[in-house]
Design a protein around this ligand. Structure first.
Ligand SMILES: Cc1cc2nc3c(=O)[nH]c(=O)nc-3n(C[C@H](O)[C@H](O)[C@H](O)COP(=O)(O)O)c2cc1C
Length: 189
């Protein structure tokens, strides 16, 4: 009998679009046979009782939201012992023109530092929901100057494809793992 491998999906959002991405990834992983829990970073449990963690955040001013950064900081030890995937949701994927191409190729410094601390299997940046009304005049100027556009930039095909890659990489519980666990429990007794 197969025991479903437990995966934790944690996200930080300001306006909700990163939550949609996180739930979409979770659904794909469930379809792949995993037992998946999804939490906002501010209420997420310790990842220690899961086999894998998929952690994502909206990007604001080149950095992850504080809730996601705090989650990494507060669970450093547990995160070190499980398989982790990280994703950002922002404007970068939708950028065009020379400045946009340059911005796309670079992982913002704060996020790169976080990745270096967590050492995920993979890090992806997806387009999000970019609303003109959520930006100040100055932010709009910077956004448009970098070749940015407004709208729903979420590429569900790319997000789903990434979730499938994760599903193909997360180590699954095998019947012999259970046998081994039972054996070592019996040895302790
Ligand atoms: C004030 C503000 C600053 C932003 N800064 C960035 C940024 O530096 N890099 C980026 O890729 N996206 C940036 N974005 C775009 C958001 O990350 C994007 O809209 C995302 O989908 C928001 O996610 P949420 O709906 O989960 O909050 C910014 C958006 C706003 C409103």
């Amino acid at each position: 009998m197969d025991i479903p491998t437990r995966v934790l999906v944690v996200y930080a959002t300001e306006n909700g679009s990163t939550g949609d991405v996180a739930h979409y990834i979770a659904d794909k992983l469930r379809t792949g046979g995993f037992d998946v829990d999804v939490f906002r970073a501010s209420t997420a449990p310790d990842p220690g009782s899961y086999e894998a963690l998929v952690l994502g955040s909206a990007v604001r001013d080149g950095a992850w939201l504080p809730a996601a950064r705090n989650y990494v900081r507060g669970n450093k030890e547990a995160i070190r012992h499980i398989d982790v995937w990280m994703f950002s949701v922002g404007t970068t994927a939708g950028l065009r023109g020379p400045l946009g191409r340059r911005a796309k190729a670079v992982v913002p410094r704060d996020i790169a530092t976080l990745c270096a601390a967590v050492l995920p299997h993979d890090y992806r940046s997806f387009g999000g929901l970019v609303e003109r009304s959520a930006m100040t005049f100055k932010e709009r100027i910077a956004h448009l100057a970098a070749g940015g556009r407004y709208g729903d930039l979420r590429d569900w095909l790319a997000i789903g494809g990434w979730a499938t890659e994760i599903a193909n990489t997360v180590p699954r519980w095998q019947p012999f793992d259970v046998v081994r666990q039972r054996r070592s429990a019996a040895e302790v007794e």
